[in-house]
Write a protein of this length. Structure first.
Length: 305
């Protein structure tokens, strides 16, 4: 009877070990599959982005606009905000021809954008630069953080996932995992973002290139304006009230695919349309002094984009 009791204990311990092993194997496999999926997705969007940029670059005698930023600029293909912006400007530019280049890149921050600005200015020779950047620098105070696990098991899995990701990145198997910047406090994030925005202004002022500075959806443009004070020639694009009003009427899912930043996320085609409409209105009215009224369309089907 004692032997039977010991055997049962051994089976239970062995079964527990098996479960933990299966769990760890599943977590590792999930991370690997996620990395593979992200790489495949990135390759697809980069290829599509390059093809669209090639078409835009072939437009001779067009006013060339360079759009810089992260994944919110990059993603969307023909429905990305830079692609939609080009179509709107050409429709409403009163005879002017526009060419918009999309140089958004996922998993980057404002430091990366500024570090490559000279290279991109030489390569593409833009007449104007549009930026929407800084979301990768850290979380500003108004961001809504995701809920933390309430159970011990949930907290354990969260820590385990972070540890496995760190180990894999440290081993050098997946270099892209190393690109994630360390977490910054709100103050550090704002300081980093301010420094890079001011450096961007120096580069563009030196080349005498006008700068359209776009704020993210639902966030206050005051944060960007406060970086420079008075006496600048930057044109800011405010996307706070237009997105808040649209979301209140139709819901966030109509405009955002996700909510990675709390109050906003990657845009749907409809969200990119709203973003591009507002940028186009600002460029045409405030830079070219055109008396054009941009109408925000609610139909975001491909034929209307």
């Amino acid at each position: 009877m004692m032997r039977s009791f010991r055997n049962n204990n051994l089976k239970e311990k062995f079964s527990l070990r098996q479960k933990i092993l299966v769990l760890l194997t599943g977590v590792c496999a999930g991370i690997v599959l996620l990395e593979i999926g992200l790489r495949a997705q990135g390759f697809f969007f980069l290829s599509l982005q390059a093809q669209l940029n090639k078409v835009s670059l072939q437009k001779s005698y067009a006013y060339r606009i360079l759009c810089l930023g992260e994944s919110m600029t990059m993603f969307g293909g023909d429905a990305s905000y830079p692609s939609v912006l080009e179509r709107i400007l050409n429709e409403r530019g009163q005879g002017r021809k526009f060419s918009v280049i999309n140089l958004g890149l996922s998993c980057t921050d404002s430091t990366y954008v500024v570090r490559h600005i000279r290279e991109n200015l030489r390569k593409y020779a833009p007449d104007m630069v549009v930026t929407m950047m800084g979301i990768g620098d850290g979380a500003p105070p108004e961001f809504i953080q995701g809920p933390k696990p309430e159970t011990k098991t949930g907290r354990f899995m969260l820590l385990l996932g972070k540890e496995i990701k760190t180990k894999i990145a440290g081993a050098g198997f997946f270099p892209s995992l190393k690109r994630n910047p360390p977490s910054l406090s709100p103050e550090e994030a704002i300081a980093k973002k301010t420094k890079n925005y001011r450096m961007m202004k120096e580069f563009l002022d030196k080349e005498k290139i006008p700068w359209i500075c776009v704020q993210y959806p639902t966030l206050s443009v005051g944060e960007l304006k406060n970086m420079f004070g008075e006496g600048h020639d930057i044109i800011f694009v405010d996307n706070e009230s237009n997105f808040k009003e649209a979301v209140q009427i139709e819901g966030a899912d109509a405009y955002f695919i996700d909510r990675f930043a709390g109050s906003f996320g990657h845009c749907t085609p409809k969200g990119n349309r709203l973003l591009a409409e507002n940028i186009a209105r600002t460029i045409l009215q405030e830079y070219f002094n055109l008396k054009t009224e941009v109408v925000y369309e609610t139909d975001s089907s491909p034929e209307n984009l």
